[in-house]
Structures are given as C-alpha cells and as structure tokens.
Design a protein around this ligand. Structure first.
Ligand code: PCA
Length: 212
C-alpha cells in the first residue's frame, strides 16, 4: 500500500484559519487504497522541516505533499520549484524575518519538484477544478519548507515524490477582506483527491510495467 505524507500549516499573519489546514482536515486517512498521514507544521523558518524530517524518516512515505495558503491566488497552484532564498518583511510565527538569506549555504539556486505538475494540472482542469502551474512558491516559509524537503530528497537520493500546492484563501477569510479571491474547501478537496487518484494510477502503471 502506498503512503502519502500530507502537510499543512498553522495560521499565521494574525489569521485564525489557514486554508491549507482546513483542507488537510477534509482529506480522509484512506484514499484510493492508500494511507494518508497528516501533519500540521509551524510557520517558522527551518522549524517546519525540523518537524517533518523525523516523520519522513519514520514513515518512509512514497509521497510528501505539502500544502500552504496563498491569499490572492485564484487557483490551486502546483509549484514547479523552490529557490534557495529567504526574503520577506513578514515575520514568521516566532517573529523572525529574513532579507536575502540563503536557506542552505552552498545549496543549488533552485530545486525542481518531483511530481508531474503539468499532468496533474490537466487532470484537475478536466474535472473543472481551477488549477495552475506556478513558477514561484515565494520566498517565505512555504518556499523554505519545500526547498529543504527537495534538498533532503536529492541529498539522500530518495525515491520520494515531493510536491507543494498553494491553496487560495477560504471564502470565510475572503468575506472579511475587500478584493480577495477564494476557493471553498469542498472544491479544493475535490481537486486534491483528483490529484491523488492520478498520482496513484501513474504509480500503479509504472509498477505493472516493471513487473514481469
Ligand atoms: N503560507 C505561507 C507560509 C505558511 C502558509 O500557509 C507561504 O506561502 O509561505
């Protein structure tokens, strides 16, 4: 049985909710015959990965799918890459800020996701879910986590497929602001489940092709 490690973030920036966490809670612990292990991570540079790393080591997942909220986005955004940069005036949940700092000294400038972003975006769109490929996960805590995970997977030459999805604000968050797009948790979870379905089908096909 394959294993998906699914993460989201706690609220940040004075919000009471985080759309990624609300979405995480919506996903069942079994999907299409696979097990889903969930973790909510702190919005603190470095700490999010420090919390996730022992889980990866212990559970040895086939997939690490990370979710984060991105207010202002209209679509589920599948991130193509993470960059080796922390640069935001917005403090994290411990009050740290970074300007022009590297996440990992000597690490590559950018690391690419190991999931098939285009294919997954197409899958979601065919099911009428607004989804897009994104070329920037930002330079705040989401990018920091994504970069560290990709670096870890590359350094230890692991077979893990790692992807990051930015989730638009919830309607309840947008209702409190002026001009902000939102996506219901039902629609977002439909999108995520369609993505899991596709990922697991690709995996099953690859498995069949490899066995005699
Ligand atoms: N979004 C932030 C960090 C936590 C979250 O949910 C980001 O996009 O970096």
């Amino acid at each position: 049985m394959s294993l998906i490690l699914l993460t989201a973030f706690e609220p940040f920036g004075g919000e009471k909710e985080n759309s990624s966490r609300t979405l995480l809670y919506e996903i069942p612990e079994r999907v299409y015959g696979s097990r889903v292990i969930k973790a909510v991570l702190p919005v603190v540079y470095g700490h999010a990965f420090d919390r996730l790393e022992p889980l990866i080591e212990r559970e040895k997942p086939d997939y690490v799918i990370m979710l984060g909220e991105a207010q202002g986005r209209t679509h589920l955004s599948l991130e193509q890459q993470a960059i080796n940069l922390m640069d935001s005036q917005r403090p994290d949940n411990l009050g740290n800020t970074h300007k022009d700092d590297k996440i990992i000294e000597g690490g590559p400038d950018a690391l690419f996701t190991t999931i098939l972003v285009d294919d997954l975006v197409d899958t979601m769109r065919k099911r009428n879910i607004p989804a897009e490929r994104s070329y920037s996960a930002g330079t705040y805590v989401c990018n920091d986590l994504f970069y560290r995970v990709l670096h870890y997977v590359e350094t230890f030459n692991l077979k893990i497929k790692a992807g990051f999805i930015h989730v638009p604000a919830l309607p309840s968050q947008a209702a409190k602001k002026g001009d902000m797009p939102s996506m219901s948790v039902d629609l977002a979870s439909e999108g995520l489940l369609a993505m899991f379905d596709r990922l697991l089908r690709i995996r099953a096909r690859q498995y069949r092709e490899k066995s005699p």
